[in-house]
Design a protein. Structure first.
Length: 54
């Protein structure tokens, strides 16, 4: 499965990640294979990068 998110700026991405953070963590831990990866291109909020290290 591939999911693509395109945001016009870093603030939009930060809002998206903040609103969906709990859901994303649950999805990664319960539904995705352990070898699943994320690829983020462009600036990313440090708080998300810390939180996304599952």
């Amino acid at each position: 499965m591939t999911v693509v998110q395109i945001h016009p700026d870093a603030d939009s991405m930060a809002t998206h990640l903040k609103v969906g953070a709990d859901h994303f963590v649950e999805a990664y831990t319960e539904y995705l294979e352990p070898e699943s990866t994320q690829q983020i291109y462009g600036p990313s909020p440090r708080s998300w990068l810390r939180r996304s290290r599952l």
